[in-house]
Design a protein around this ligand. Sequence first.
Ligand SMILES: Nc1ncnc2c1ncn2[C@@H]1O[C@H](COP(=O)(O)OP(=O)(O)OP(=O)(O)O)[C@@H](O)[C@H]1O
Ligand SMILES: [Mg+2]
Length: 209
Amino acid sequence: MPVPVEEVIDISKQYKSPLFTHLSLRIPSRGLIFVHGPNGSGKSTLLRILALMEPPDSGEILLMGRRVGRVRVRDYHIYSQFISYSFQEPKLLPLSVEENLSIPTKVSYKRRDELLERLDLSPLLKKKASKLSGGEKKRADITRAVMRETPLLIMDEPLAFLDPEYRGLVKELVLEEAGRRAVVVSATEPVREFEEGAVVELNTSDLRR
Ligand SMILES: Nc1ncnc2c1ncn2[C@@H]1O[C@H](COP(=O)(O)OP(=O)(O)OP(=O)(O)O)[C@@H](O)[C@H]1O
Ligand SMILES: [Mg+2]
């Protein structure tokens, strides 16, 4: 069996109260993992842990078969070669869309331009990110993550802020990406198209204070 892109073993995390306990997850080199649950159930926290932006309280994480210890901020670039991340709240720099999409990574312009066309962002390339609408920001943030050809793509609520047409386009894109690499996506509600792969359901009902 091929080595999974990432494996979390028996991880637990709590802030004021527990979010998840003894969670194990194997992320194969291709396919979709869909994390869903209500507001505050820990989806973004789990995704940040998978992206190595934050450590679990306990448990182990293996990336490409190697155990990951404490990740220091200054070493994050080593791990980010393997992981692309799209934030729930788009995080764009106060620059043009084009400049936001040209942060030096191994990205081909062909790939970038295909994605821009698909998500109708080409006409907005020269526009300042601060002047985009919520949905436009979200599509730009998604483009920035998807254009990087990393083995693992993590997208926190990629359907948020989008109208039904763009939700459809992004669902298609997510499924297409999952056909060739490991993709983790989250949403607050069940999404039929995302339920073909593994589903992680986080629930606050039994943990809520
Ligand atoms: N850095 C932090 N410090 C303290 N508490 C936190 C922190 N990050 C998240 N929390 C708390 O942990 C819980 C889970 O937050 P998280 O953002 O992971 O939920 P979520 O499922 O992504 O919610 P949403 O659907 O609203 O995006 C919340 O109660 C939140 O207040
Ligand atoms: Mg969240």
